[in-house]
Write a protein that binds this ligand. Structure first.
Ligand code: GLN
Length: 482
């Protein structure tokens, strides 16, 4: 059953080939058998079987995710189920409500299997910053699964769930999807509600689906999207049924190739994957257009100013009074009390970001850093919009390399940040972006390509993704021993 797509599982439940309880049990058994080796789940939903049973008994299989078990990144609040952001700060936090995205998925019939690991507060690109220990890449346990949604990506690759939720502030859905050989889309900013998602950088954060086929991603995104009264940044834009409109033929589709994205020092296997994807799309009638995005070279700098500034503000609420861990130490003063609570509970990457962000926002530096970054961000967005006048989808690598070895970059934050060079600009511009598995490196690690489109044009991304899926079938292969 674990090889079935999410859609096939849903259809099987509808056709009464298996019950939601049988499906949930199957995946829970797989988690207990395989997850010790990869550490992708941090909490299992003890009520999953009960919820599946209630679903079977209610007998309404009309939901688009009827009886489908899913894994949820541990950054999304789940009612009565521990939500930690993989931080000591929230290690015992049990939310009294579901994030809107979770509510919507459950309403469509999904059963939450459990919560998946991430870099603490979603800050990282390797899942090594989790309070619960690193996640292993199912393709090779010496390698990272990517981050920050590394748990969701690894769980999918290991066939521990047919669908998962990730979040993406600067690449956290797309980069782990690429490293683990699965599909993942960060939708247009405003497509999906952020209500109940632990905030990292509010102007960049979006949740999105991760799965093993294009259509599965589309179906999940249909269920997740739309206006939410609890998040004023959600859009009124209609939510199309992307999954039913995926076109077979790419005749006339214009694929933009940004000169800047191909001039960086890119791993040979990644270049090969990107070029092969371009050739395949051309063979299907798509045409390529060269485009220029000169400001993209500043994207990482802008991103690490804006994301850290917003994070320093968002994370101020974890003071041990209103939220979060409280130190055992008897405080000498109020300042000492806050310092102990925060000092003991935040990991070093989170502290680094809070300090960077606080500095960028401090008076005297605000105009030079935060304001300036905001201005260049606007210009970058305009540059993308201009590019989309001449093309429908932009294609690029997701990351400069395939998955890297655990421990190889963690002591060099700058090297880790530079890993986000191809992904951060879509968040800054609010655009949708997807990672699509294409091929494997010479050492057997998966590699994806990134597809981007203009605001609210997820359809074009799904069209191109489906074509690449059919041509390369890279998502079908399972890691050894799985
Ligand atoms: N890797 C990026 C960072 O560390 C992106 C994280 C994310 O998208 N949540 O900030």
């Amino acid at each position: 059953m674990e090889q079935l797509s999410l859609l096939e599982i849903r259809d099987g439940v509808r056709a009464k080939k298996f019950t939601a309880v049988e499906v949930a049990q199957h995946f829970l058994d797989r988690i207990s058998k395989h997850d010790k080796a990869i550490n992708s789940f941090v909490t299992i939903n003890d009520r999953a079987l009960e919820e599946a049973k209630a679903f079977d008994q209610a007998g309404d299989f009309s939901g688009s995710l009827a009886g489908v078990p899913i894994a949820v990144k541990d950054l999304l609040c789940t009612d009565g189920l521990k939500t930690t952001a993989c931080s000591k700060m929230l290690a015992n936090y049990i939310p009294p409500y579901d994030a809107s995205v979770v509510t919507r998925l459950k309403k469509a019939g999904a059963i939450v299997l459990g919560k998946t690991s991430l870099d603490e507060f979603a800050m990282g690109s390797s899942n090594e910053n989790s309070f619960f220990g690193p996640v292993k890449n199912p393709w090779n346990h010496d390698f990272v699964p990517g981050g920050s949604s590394g748990g969701s990506a690894a769980a999918l690759a290991a066939r521990l769930a047919p669908g998962a939720i990730g979040t993406d502030t600067g690449g956290s859905i797309r980069q782990p999807a690429s490293f683990c050989g699965v599909f993942g889309i960060k939708p247009t900013y405003g497509r999906v509600s952020r209500y109940g998602i632990i905030s990292f950088a509010s102007s960049l954060d979006q949740a999105g689906p991760m799965a093993r086929t294009t259509k599965d991603c589309a179906i999940m995104l249909e269920a997740m999207s739309g206006k939410c009264k609890n998040d004023s940044t959600t859009s009124n834009e209609a939510v199309p049924q992307w999954s039913t409109k995926i076109r077979q033929d790419l005749k006339g589709v214009r694929i933009g190739l940004p000169r800047e994205y191909f001039s960086e020092s890119i791993d040979a296997d990644v270049t090969k994957a990107t070029l092969e994807a371009i050739t395949a799309l051309k063979a299907r009638g798509a045409m390529t257009v060269e485009i220029n995005l000169p400001l993209v070279k500043h994207a990482v700098s802008i991103y690490y100013l804006i994301a850290t500034s917003e994070a320093s503000s968002n994370l101020a609420r974890y003071d041990g009074v209103r939220f979060g861990y409280r130190s055992e130490k008897a405080p000498d003063s109020l300042d000492d009390f806050y310092a102990s609570n925060r000092g003991e509970a935040f990991g070093s990457e989170v502290k680094r970001r809070i300090m960077l962000g606080t500095y960028a926002l401090s008076s005297g530096y605000y105009d030079a850093y935060y304001s300036k970054a905001g201005q260049v961000r606007r210009l970058l967005r305009d540059e993308f919009l201009e590019a989309f006048e001449t093309c429908d989808v932009i294609l690029s690598p997701v990351a400069t390399t395939p998955a890297f070895k655990i421990g190889s970059r963690i002591s060099n934050p700058l090297e880790m940040y530079l890993n986000d060079i191809f992904t951060t600009s879509t968040n800054l511009a609010g655009l949708p972006g997807m990672s699509v598995p294409v091929r494997f490196s010479s050492t057997g690690l998966p590699i994806g390509v990134q597809l981007m489109a203009t605001h609210f044009n997820e359809q074009s991304i799904f069209d191109v993704s489906a074509a690449l899926e059919e041509d390369f079938r890279a998502g079908e292969k399972a890691p050894h021993g799985i």
